[in-house]
Design a protein around this ligand. Structure first.
Ligand code: TYC
Length: 102
């Protein structure tokens, strides 16, 4: 039976091994062809933004060339990129979505 002190030592060793996950920004890139409305829909559907926030992010991408949709652990960021890219392809828009380590 481990003592309380031994249990604490094990917990401390476990705790110090736990590293925070690497985080990745998911970005949309501007292009001249994807309709503004479609980009707003994408931000609402895949990044759970309300219409106002989605419009602000879309306009930032339109004016500055790129914009952050969110920050996620690697697997979730990669899934968002795949979902957005596939949705854009299905609708035959050239909308580009990429991830970048923070
Ligand atoms: N520039 C596009 C237009 O004028 C709109 C747009 C915004 C496209 C954001 C892509 O990620 C994008 N229709």
């Amino acid at each position: 039976m481990a003592t309380r002190r031994q249990q604490d030592a094990v917990l401390e060793a476990e705790r110090s091994k736990t590293k925070p996950p690497h985080l990745y920004k998911v970005l949309l890139l501007n292009d001249d062809f994807t309709p503004m409305d479609f980009v707003v829909q994408v931000l609402q559907r895949f990044f759970a933004m309300d219409r106002e926030r989605a419009t602000a992010v879309m306009l930032q991408v339109h004016r500055e060339g790129s914009g952050v949709c969110g920050v996620f652990p690697r697997d979730i960021a990669a899934t968002k990129v795949e979902q957005v890219s596939s949705f854009a392809r299905q609708h035959q828009h050239p909308l580009a979505c990429v991830m970048e380590e923070e």
